[in-house]
Design a protein around this ligand. Structure first.
Ligand code: MRU
Length: 359
């Protein structure tokens, strides 16, 4: 999608320098910085510090991380070790593990001299595939928005949480892809953007994306969605996922569950958009999902511009207060109207997920 009318993807490999390029998302929307990633350790750091974030993007980034390890040392054990470091850099989004395992499996029987070339090709394949998945999610999800519009015959109001936009993927996004497709088809839309404390991915990234695509949107605090739903100002909720169990439960950014409860109570459709790489085919009980707990600084400090236009990070809490920063929660399948995937839309239950997505 576009930033200031120029098309970008979130990550790419530059053959001339043989570095990977990323957009540093910790500085958006105030500063637009493209950064070089030279090796697997730098990629681990970029994922951990959330310079790159969002489930499908960290999958793609980890794939490039494995390729950079293969460039560093033509040694399968070394590459495998770096792959494990990449998996551990963030625990919840399953795309990370999925992408590293795919890369390692691809490299198992490859001749030492070819390791890097095969790895970089596979990483490119993974990100190309993700672009296709997200585009198809948009085509399938578009029909849901179109159906609402056909009945309402007026602006469709969509509420989204966190950033499941193109910045969380390689291009198009998951939750935003149906929105971009509907906008391009001329359906009038307005998006309620949950701020998404503590890191404000909604306000900083989703609103930034939508502004660049000229889609009307309004940032709200995370607690506002409920009353908007009660007043009839939300036609549908559309969110992403970091890990969807094959039983249909969805793990996503903290606060998603409360939005789903409010939507359920107000009979508002609640859809989750995800590529099949986000499905966890092993865990069947949501209590076993590893939920990331992040540094308390993310709650107690906030980024912003001072009056002179300099990016500053300031303390907003009493120094001595305790805080707890859990990054994800789980929405049980019963609150979900449907899953929008690259292969079509299905109910959030085991039978439909297996028949649509397995193999
Ligand atoms: O912690 P983040 O910013 O990586 O979390 C991102 C989300 O929770 C997204 O909703 C999710 O990854 C879906 S990605 C298209």
């Amino acid at each position: 999608m576009k930033i200031k009318d120029k098309h970008y993807q979130t990550i790419w490999y530059e053959r001339d320098s043989s570095f990977v390029k990323i957009i540093d998302q910790t500085k958006l929307p105030h500063e637009f910085i493209i950064k070089d990633i030279h090796n697997a350790d730098e990629m681990v750091n970029a994922i951990f510090t959330m310079e790159v974030r969002g489930a499908p993007l960290i999958g793609g980034a980890a794939a490039f991380g494995v390729a950079l390890a293969a460039k560093e040392k033509k040694d399968f054990d070394f590459i495998k070790k770096k792959g494990n470091d990449l998996i551990k850099s963030r625990p919840t989004a399953i795309n990370l593990e999925w992408a590293v395992n795919r890369m390692i499996n691809k490299l198992i029987n490859v001749e030492v001299s070819n390791l890097f070339e095969v790895a970089i090709q596979e990483a490119q394949e993974i990100i190309k595939e993700d672009v296709g998945f997200c585009k198809n999610i948009g085509i399938h999800g578009f029909k849901i928005i179109e159906d609402i519009y056909k009945i309402k015959k007026d602006t469709v109001n969509i509420l989204t949480h966190c950033n499941a936009g193109w910045l969380a993927t390689i291009d198009w996004g998951t939750a935003t892809s149906p929105i971009y497709h509907a906008h391009q088809a001329g359906i009038p839309l307005h998006v309620w953007v949950d701020e998404t404390r503590p890191r404000n991915q909604g306000a900083n990234l989703t609103s930034f994306e939508l502004n660049n695509e000229k889609i009307p949107n309004t940032i709200i605090t995370d607690n506002t969605g409920g009353i908007l739903m009660q007043k009839g100002f939300v036609d549908m909720c559309l969110v992403g996922s970091d890990r969807t169990l094959y039983t249909g439960d969805v793990c996503n950014k903290i606060g998603t569950y409360l939005k789903a409860l409010a939507a359920y109570d107000n009979s508002i459709p609640f859809y989750v958009a995800l590529p099949s790489s986000t499905i966890d085919w092993e865990i069947d009980n949501y209590k076993n999902i590893p939920l990331e707990e992040r540094n308390n600084n993310e709650l107690s400090h906030i980024n912003g511009l001072d009056d002179a236009g300099n990016l500053k990070n300031v303390l907003i809490y009493p120094r001595e207060s305790k805080s707890f920063n859990l990054a994800f929660d789980v929405t049980p399948s019963k609150y979900i109207s449907g899953l929008i995937t690259e292969k079509g839309v299905c109910k959030a239950n085991k039978n439909e997920i297996i028949s649509l997505l397995k193999n």
